[in-house]
Structures are given as structure tokens and as C-alpha cells.
Design a binder for this molecule. Structure first.
Ligand code: ADP
Ligand code: ZN
Length: 664
């Protein structure tokens, strides 16, 4: 702590001196313009005026400078006379000393002749005027003025360089240090920041695997004595926000070793060779701190498979960086005590060379949490939040299918913010619900102006979704329907699965399609018009159907074939199938969509009265729940299905879909 303060105060001093220099320059400039230039300036005149003065015998001397500028010096009497003139006279404020007028001349010869003429015309015998020719070099003031812009440029440049030096902070930054790795470092001394396994909820399998790594670091000797090679790296694979970084930090915390963290994109820089040199530097730092853990986030930024898409190159730099990484990982001794953990959400696109033995040969899956794990994550993040007594964590976990750990952390924080905004003493259940809504749907836009007719159309649309989903047993149960505008949508129908599905069948997807189309069909049936508001529904339905046909092999006509490219390296211009297949796929997509449309339309026509009743209720209440829908539509298909299953003594917990579905 004390050390840090000292460093800061030094910085302040340096900055202070620098500011003084600037202040001095600015004062000098202001001072010069105030006092250097006389308070009264020579008047810029033209030849005619000067000629007139000559004819009156008022001009004593004309000085021609560099053959183009002329300065006029008047006689003392003339000066006194002009300065005594009444206010408003053009020459009232001519300087008392030095030159009084200036004018520019065309050519020296002409001036000579003109002056002579003017003298003759004056008729004054001893007209005092004389002409001097002078080659004057620029004055000190001009020099300053010429150099001032340069001074400014240098100053600004200086500022930038200093900024860069500072922003890099200690080890990393600075223009001289582009090749240095800017790894963030957490030392074992930073106890308050220390993360342990207790902060990581769920992820049991990942923890077991990663425990081994902790063990390697702690008891390296035991393994070495037996001649075992300690692994050099492990790859944490999973969607964003699932706690990969957290897990890596926890490993460092548990093993009580330093933790160097860097993002893959930090290696990517516009300068050639920087990436490779940063990799070298990173490993250099790591070896000095060994035993330690190096964490590389988003390793896909450098680790993508090499040599594909050669035509669109510009990837040489990334390849160099990757090659350097491989070299370094091969290079350091297994007993150097450096373990490299890397995180990615696309292990499939990584270069296979990275996964070879002796590199990242261990892969640890870090998946989205299930209900049980979500409950545990809620427990971790609710530790520091003042809660209402009857908060049911299990309920919260059920409301958040498909949420990642980061989403849940976000929900907890958002709920606390909402409660604080409403001046509550503790965070209540409704705050959590509002937070979940907000995270799934975006910000409420209550003040969006909509006509009554528009609002009714939206209500009909949502009621259409809800009715189809209510009546088709493979759809997720409807949780609530709302016509409060949020984000880009005017309303939403929420459905949450009882249990998350792991196994998705074509029947499930077909029902889902019908549900997606329901909104638009309800509008069509009631108004006879097609609204453009259903764009996102249609887009989702279309994409889903293409996936069914071309990826999941769910179309009999196309057959059990998948054109999915897990490596993501196929360029987008060539399709892996023939023109005929393309046409067949399009036809199948159209057929499946039409089937779904017809099924949905049938349900909607059959229940149009109920849909209108639901729309009225929606306009009145803005948000309605399953409890409100049941009196209108009767038991939902899902509820009936569950009862039947219970009666037949079948397993009720058929796995269901990915998470909350919101149909706009
Ligand atoms: P990733 O690196 O996988 O993108 P992070 O590790 O950065 O995700 O997670 C972001 C935040 O989400 C963490 O700081 C933590 O607050 C929260 N989080 C994620 N997963 C968990 C978990 N399993 N247990 C507790 N908190 C979690
Ligand atoms: Zn819709």
C-alpha cells in the first residue's frame, strides 16, 4: 500500500513541473501581445493618403523594407496635430514614436517617381521627405510566432507519449514496449482479491479435473520423483460467462501461486511481429514467477486453425503468433512449474496443433448451469445482498433456464439496484422478477407512443402466440404474456420449460414453429392484414426450419445428412451441396413452414373468441399470467400431458428445451 502511494506522488510531481512549463509559455505569449506591441498600432494606409500627407509636408521619412513594405514616419508637428484631433479621426491613435503608417508598394521605381511627383506638387521648398531602403531580417517576435505551432505540436506529441507510458502502467505499456505482454497479475499477497473454489458454484466435474492441476502445482516433487510429466496446459471450453476465468483464478487461489491473465486479443496488434514477441515476453515473465498459472482468455483470437481461407489472408500475423505460442509451450521444461490455462467457447475451431500432447492436451468442459447449479450460483451471489425473508432460491433458479453464471450475477445485482431505486429496505421477489425480465427482454419502454389500435393489434398478436403455445403439448408452458414494450419489441409471450430439454425432437421443433407463427396468424385472422411487426418471428421460424432440414437431418426428403460446419472454417461462398439439393432444401423448408402455419391457423380460427377475450384482458392488465389464461382457454396441453404421464406412471421429467423462450 505504502509503496503504491509513493509512486503516485512522484507522478504528480512530474506532472506539476510539466504544467509549469506550459503556464510559462502561455503567460509569455499573452505578455508579448500585451506589452511587446505598443498600445497604439501603426495605421495601415494606402498611397493616396500618404501622397496627401507629403503634399502637406507632414512626412519626414519613408522606409522601404524588403522592397515591398513601406513604413511612414511623420514629422513631430504632424504627429502632435493628428493625436490632438477629435475622436473618430482615422489617425487619432497613431503611435507617438516609431512608424505611424504602413502601406504596401508595387515597385520601388514607381514609389520613387510618385514621391518625387508628390513633393513637386506640394510646392513646399524644403519638403523633408526622404526614402530609405532596408533589407530587414525577421524580428525576434516573428521567430517566436513562426515556431509557436511547432512548439505546440511537440508539446502535444509529448503529452501523447506520456499518456501511453502511463496508461500501460508499470510493466506493460509505452510505445517503447509494444512487444511486451500486458498480462494482468494477481499475486498471492492480494488476499482480498483471492478467489477460491468456494466462490465457484456448481461445475463439479470441472472442479475435480482442475483440482488435479492444483495438486500438480502444490506437490510437483511427488509427481516428478515418479518420473511423471506434469501437464503444461488445459483448455476450458464453454459459453461466455460460465465461469472459466473464475475457475482459473480459483486454481491460482487454491494453489496459492501467482496468476497471470491475458486475453488472446491482446496479442493481436496492427504491427507486424508484435504478437509473437508478446507471447515470448509472457512466457518469460511466467518463468520468472514459476510456479504460476498463466490464463489466456479468448484463445480463439490467435488459435484459429491455420491455413484456411488463404485467399483472404492478412492472417500471417496471427499465424506467427500461434506458432510462437506452440514453440514456447514445447520449449519450456515440464518441471518449470508454469501451467497454462486457456479459455474459449469454440474448441472446434482451434488449430489441432494446440491440442496435441504436451500442449493443451486436457479439455475441461464448462457448460451452462442446470437448475441445481443455478440455485448454488444464486446462493453465492446472494451472500452479500440484503434479502427479503421469503426469497425462494429454487424458484429463482427455475425462472432462469439458459442463464449463465454471469447472467445470474447480473440478475442479483440488477435486483438490488431496482430495490434501491424503489427505496426498499431489502430486495424482494418482485425485484428479482423485474431484473430477470429486464435481462431477457431489455429495458421497458413504457413511454413509447402507440395508438389504441396499435396496442390492440399487439395484444391480438401476443394472444395468438400464447394460444398456439397453450394448445400444443410440445411447446414450453406459457408463463406470462405482456404488451409492455421492451427493447425492440412491442410485447412478448414468455414460456419456461418445467425441466430443461436435452433431447430436442422434430415434433418439439414443429410445435415451436407453429407457436412462432401464431402471432402473425392471429393478426391476419382478425384484421385480414399482414403486419411487418412479425419480422423477428418469421426470421426465427425460417432459420429454425433451415436448421431442421440442413443441419439436424429432420427432413425425410433431404435425408439424414448435415451440412453443418463445426469448424467454422468453410468460406461462406461455396455451399457443400449441389444446386439440386439447394432447391430441394428450399422446398422442404417451405413445406415444413406451411405445415406449421396450417396447424397454427386451425388452432387460432377455432379459438378466436378466446383470443379476443385474452387481448381485452391484456389491454386492461398489460401483463397476464398462466393463472389468467387458464379460465379463458382451459387446461394447457402441457398440463394435460403431464397428468396423463403421471397416470400411466411414466417418467414425467422428459428433458426439455434450452431456456426461456420469448416470442415477440
Ligand atoms: P467466462 O470467463 O466463462 O466468460 P467469467 O469467469 O468471467 O466467465 O464469469 C463472469 C462472472 O460470472 C464471474 O465473475 C462470476 O461473478 C459469475 N459466475 C460465472 N460462473 C459462476 C459460477 N459457476 N459460480 C459463481 N459465479 C459465477
Ligand atoms: Zn410475435
Amino acid at each position: 500500500m505504502a509503496k503504491k502511494n509513493k509512486k503516485q506522488s512522484i507522478n504528480v510531481n512530474v506532472r506539476f513541473n510539466f504544467m509549469w512549463i506550459w503556464a510559462f509559455i502561455i503567460i509569455a505569449i499573452i505578455g508579448y501581445s500585451f506589452f511587446g506591441g505598443a498600445p497604439s498600432e501603426p495605421v495601415a494606409a494606402e498611397w493616396n493618403t500618404v501622397a496627401e500627407m507629403i503634399s502637406k509636408g507632414e512626412v519626414e521619412r519613408i522606409k522601404v523594407i524588403n522592397k515591398n513594405a513601406a513604413e511612414v514616419y511623420l514629422t513631430d508637428e504632424a504627429i502632435a496635430q493628428y493625436r490632438a484631433a477629435e475622436e473618430g479621426n482615422r489617425f487619432k491613435h497613431i503611435p507617438e514614436h516609431g512608424k505611424q503608417l504602413t502601406f504596401t508598394i508595387g515597385s520601388v521605381d514607381i514609389l520613387d517617381r510618385d514621391v518625387k511627383d508628390a513633393v513637386e506638387a506640394s510646392g513646399i521648398e524644403d519638403n523633408p521627405v526622404s526614402i530609405e531602403y532596408l533589407n530587414e531580417t525577421t524580428s525576434w517576435g516573428d521567430i517566436v510566432m513562426n515556431f509557436l505551432p511547432w512548439l505546440f505540436l511537440i508539446g502535444i506529441w509529448f503529452f501523447f507519449i506520456r499518456g501511453m507510458m502511463r496508461s500501460g502502467g508499470g510493466a506493460g505499456g509505452g510505445i517503447m514496449n509494444v512487444g511486451k505482454a500486458r498480462a494482468q497479475e494477481f499475486n498471492k499477497e492480494d488476499n482480498d482479491k483471492r478467489v477460491t473454489f468456494k466462490d465457484v458454484a456448481g461445475l463439479e466435474e470441472a472442479k475435480v479435473e482442475i483440482m488435479e492441476i492444483v495438486d500438480f502445482l502444490r506437490k510437483a516433487d511427488k509427481y516428478r520423483e515418479l518420473g511423471a510429466k506434469i501437464p503444461k496446459g488445459a483448455l476450458l471450453v464453454g459459453p461466455p460467462g460460465t465461469g472459466k476465468t473464475l475457475l482459473a483464478k480459483a486454481v491460482a487461489g487454491e494453489a496459492n501461486v501467482p496468476f497471470l491473465s491475458i486475453s488472446g486479443s491482446d496479442f493481436v496488434e496492427m504491427f507486424v511481429g508484435v504478437g509473437a514477441s508478446r507471447v515470448r515476453d509472457l512466457f518469460e515473465q511466467a518463468k520468472q514467477k514459476a510456479p504460476c498459472i498463466v490464463f489466456i482468455d479468448e484463445i480463439d483470437a490467435i488459435g484459429r486453425a491455420r491455413g484456411k481461407n488463404a485467399g483472404f489472408s492478412g492472417n500471417d500475423e496471427r499465424e506467427n503468433t500461434l506458432n510462437q505460442m506452440l514453440t514456447e509451450m514445447d520449449g519450456f521444461q515440464t518441471n518449470a512449474g508454469v501451467i497454462v490455462l486457456a479459455a474459449t467457447n469454440r474448441a472446434d475451431i482451434l488449430d489441432k496443433a494446440l491440442m496435441r500432447a504436451g500442449r493443451f492436451d486436457r479439455q475441461i468442459e464448462v457448460g451452462l448451469p442446470d437448475v441445481k447449479e443455478r440455485e448454488e450460483i444464486f446462493n453465492v451471489h446472494l451472500r452479500h445482498i440484503k434479502l427479503d425473508n421469503n426469497i425462494d432460491r429454487q424458484f429463482l433458479a427455475k425462472q432462469t433456464p439458459g442463464f449463465s453464471g454471469a447472467d445470474i450475477a447480473n440478475v442479483c445485482n440488477e435486483a438490488a439496484l431496482i430495490a434501491a431505486r424503489n427505496n426498499k429496505k431489502c430486495v424482494e421477489r418482485e425485484d428479482f422478477m423485474a431484473a430477470i425480465d429486464r435481462i431477457v427482454g431489455g429495458l421497458e419502454k413504457r413511454n413509447k407512443t402507440m395508438s389504441q389500435a396499435e396496442r390492440r393489434a399487439t395484444a391480438i398478436h401476443e394472444a395468438g402466440h400464447a394460444t398456439v403455445m397453450w394448445k400444443l403439448k410440445e411447446c414450453d408452458p406459457v408463463l406470462k404474456v405482456t404488451v409492455i414494450p421492451r427493447g425492440n419489441s412491442l410485447g412478448a409471450t414468455w414460456s419456461v420449460p418445467d425441466e430443461e430439454r436435452v433431447h430436442v425432437t422434430d415434433a418439439v421443433l414443429q410445435d415451436k414453429l407453429a407457436g412462432l407463427l401464431g402471432g402473425r396468424i392471429a393478426e391476419e385472422v382478425n384484421y385480414g392484414t399482414l403486419g411487418a411487426g412479425a419480422l423477428s418471428d418469421l426470421e426465427r421460424a425460417t432459420k429454425l426450419t433451415y436448421a431442421m432440414v440442413a443441419y439436424y437431418g429432420m427432413s425425410k426428403k433431404i435425408g439424414p445428412i448435415s451440412f453443418y460446419d463445426a469448424t467454422g472454417t468453410r468460406d461462406t461462398f461455396t455451399k457443400p451441396y449441389s444446386e439440386q439439393t439447394a432447391i430441394a432444401i428450399d422446398n422442404e423448408v417451405r413445406r415444413i413452414l406451411e405445415e406449421a402455419y396450417n396447424r397454427a391457423r386451425q388452432i387460432i380460427e377455432q379459438h378466436n373468441v378466446e383470443i379476443n377475450r385474452m387481448a381485452d384482458l391484456l389491454l386492461e392488465k398489460e401483463t397476464i399470467f398462466a393463472e389468467d389464461i387458464e379460465p379463458i382457454l382451459g387446461r394447457s396441453a402441457q398440463a394435460e400431458e403431464n397428468e396423463k404421464n403421471v397416470n400411466e406412471n411414466e417418467s414425467v421429467t422428459e428433458p426439455k428445451s434450452e431456456g426461456v423462450t420469448v416470442a415477440d
